[in-house]
Design a protein around this ligand. Sequence first.
Ligand code: GLN
Length: 474
Amino acid sequence: MYSFLSINKLQSDLKSGAVSCKTLVEELVSEIKKKKQLNAFLEVFEKSALVQAIVVDEKIKSGKQGKLAGVVVGLKDNICYKGHKVSASSKILEGFESLYSATVVERLLAEDAIIIGRLNCDEFAMGSSNENSAFGNVLNPLNEKCVPGGSSGGAAAAVAANLCHISLGSDTGGSIRQPASFTGTVGIKPTYGRVSRYGLIAYASSFDQIGPITKSVEDTALALEVICGLDPRDNTSSSEKVETFSKGLAADKKYKIAYLKECVNAEGLDPEVKSSILKQIEILKAAGHQLEEVSFPYLEYLVPTYYVLTTAEASSNLSRFSGIHYGHRTENATDLESTYKKSRSEGFGKEVKRRIMLGTFVLSAGYYDAYYSKGQKVRRIIQQKTKEIFKDFDFILTPSTPGTAFEFGKNSADPIKMYLEDIFTVQAPIAGIPAISVPCGTHSNGLPMGLQLMADYFEEEKLLNLASKIKPLA
Ligand code: GLN
């Protein structure tokens, strides 16, 4: 089987004829079948992937290939691809087929990437362990007793297990970065508005962003520059110039980096995660960067703010799944109201129901001011306080997650415990800034640990530049 190292190497091997796209797809399809127990893929698009592979092989022969020629991509099952099924890992959308492609999919295909299938995730991207999928758990390829993280668990597991070259996930509160950290991969959440959300099944629209999960920062840079940029079909997408991120990696710059006192000293932070972060801080200092401890006394407000606001948005976004237009419709209804009630009761899983109820509650007349308005105000304060740090610093550095991948069932009985998994990852989407998780070492339990870097709005180029310098501790 072709051993994938990087997009660059792959493309030179394709050009020299050492391997063909058709062979790549055939090998990966058989590998996905061999590693079926991981449950990373909900469906393999074997036919359309092969058709695209043959087209791209021809283009390579004629020297007219795009930037991502031959790169085999998996899509989280909340990203639409015309003529292919998409379900958000929910029974409510079982059997539904996309009527159009997401902008990110169009952009990948325009650069000759090959889409190989859709990847398991937490239902409607709600979760931190992939245990909320209606189609079963995804196993962490590095230790099958452990979760791969969530909600883009399948997307991270598929890349870590070499079942595709890169994947696209979505991140609302950490869903790209936390599974990347749990599987030893690289995951970036771009600035809000960088990447079009057209064709992404919405969870919380003012937080959601699509981003790649890859094996290296180099591959992330390349994939990101393809999917970023203004899209008239998403009116929150930004017209900010998209740099060629992959060209910015080589620069050797010295930065000012803040590390957050409250994160490094957080209760519940695994001591080995802490020491690996402290070691990385020393390595960065030795490389000539300036690192300073900064206090951010708002850490305890992040998770509550995130869950008040995202559940509010989710309760509104998910109201479209009514059993009328599309998706599951109950067979036991007697009238319109029971159609709504029963279709939704049968179609949604437990966590999605919990969040719809919570969101409806915080938006309800008597509680709107106490919860939703208050949440919005706190969000603004967090944005301002985060922005203030960037007056003096280029980056904020934290661990990606409080610990390594945990065993199945460990947090599932206690939603609050599960929500605290997101403590370091929710700041970036609350503020709207970009953030990346890169592997920073291996725990004595054998599992990878992640380091997170956040940067100011639209500073992805700088963020990728520094991220590419961070190497996991030996
Ligand atoms: N784990 C977080 C949640 O459950 C993040 C999910 C996400 O980013 N989509 O909401």
